[in-house]
Structure formats: C-alpha cells, structure tokens
Design a binder for this molecule. Structure first.
Ligand code: ZN
Length: 179
C-alpha cells in the first residue's frame, strides 16, 4: 500500500497544480489520513477512522465526545471540544436513530465509492449533527425522515482488506412511504 501511495504522491507533485509549500501540506495531510486508516489494522479488517466505532456487547457502536465543561456531545472524538475548547470529556455511545437534516447526491465515483453516492447530515437526539453516507432509495429520501445507523463493510482495499464503517438507512416505518 505504501508503494502505491508513493506513486500517487509523486503524481500529485508532478501536476504542478499547487505551490511548493502547499504541495507539502497537502501530501502530508493525505499521508496522515492513510496512516490513520491503517493504524487500526487487524488481520484483514480495519475501522475507517480510529475511535469512531467501538465494540460494545458484541456490536459496533458509534462513539461520541461528551464535554465535561459545556455538556455538549460531538462526533467524531477530537482532543478539544469544538464548542468550548475544553480538553475534558467522556466517551459516550451515540443514539442510533436520527433525523435527516440535509443531503446531497453525487453521480460520479469518488475514491472507493460507487455512484450514486448519498451523503448527508443526520441530527441526533443528543444535539449532535453527524455526517455520513446514506444507503436508501433516492426517490424516498426527504429531509426530516428518520434514519438509523448501521455498521459494515464500506469499501474493500486492493489487498482485500475490508474497511468497516457506519452508514445510515431509513427506519422501517420510513420505507413504506409517507409516515
Ligand atoms: Zn465543551
């Protein structure tokens, strides 16, 4: 994988699209992202982002950051609270059901994702707005509908490694039409 990435980085440099100091920052960001993806490697399955999902009672759940200072919950877990910059927090399991706030549909391939790609923001009861992929019949999508989170393979690496992540699907009562 590092070999392939080396080629990719070289191609980026050769495009000449970026100024040298920006090239360095850009390539470093991509490199860091790939390192973060692979640092959870266990056999042939990895979690797409460290700390985003944890196993609880045998199932993978989304983990959020509940600030001890302002009490707000955010996702994914980062060092500083995005609302008050406090470093003190507790890890909490996020609610599995949320409300679709907004979404967009991409009709060209993006990285490992095949079109149509639906991505959106889901508002959770704890006040957290989560960005995620949505697996649903496009014709039935509407803002305000209830979605529930599921986990599973979101793409396969070229070496066969399964990348595990989360995505949202309509709640059962939402699949039969208007509710
Ligand atoms: Zn806070």
């Amino acid at each position: 994988m590092n070999k392939n990435f080396g080629v990719h980085r070289k191609q980026i440099y050769e495009t000449g699209l970026f100024k040298p100091h920006l090239q360095k920052l850009f390539c470093r960001a991509i490199f860091n992202l790939r390192e973060r993806v692979f640092m959870n490697a266990k056999g042939n399955q990895i979690i797409f982002h460290p700390g985003a999902l944890e196993k609880k009672d045998g199932e993978l759940v989304q983990m959020g950051r509940k600030c001890r200072s302002c009490g707000k919950t955010s996702f994914p877990i980062v060092e500083l609270c995005p609302f008050c910059s406090s470093e003190d927090f507790d890890k909490v399991c996020l609610n599995k059901i949320g409300t679709l706030f907004s979404y967009s549909i991409t009709r060209v391939p993006v990285g490992p994702y095949k079109p149509p790609i639906i991505a959106g923001y889901i508002d959770l009861p704890e006040g957290t707005r989560v960005f995620g992929q949505i697996c649903a019949d496009i014709s039935r999508l509407r803002t305000g509908m209830k979605l529930k989170v599921e986990t599973g393979v979101i793409w396969n690496e070229k070496d066969g490694t399964e990348v595990i992540g989360y995505y949202y699907v309509p709640c059962e009562k939402e699949t039969g039409g208007m509710s």
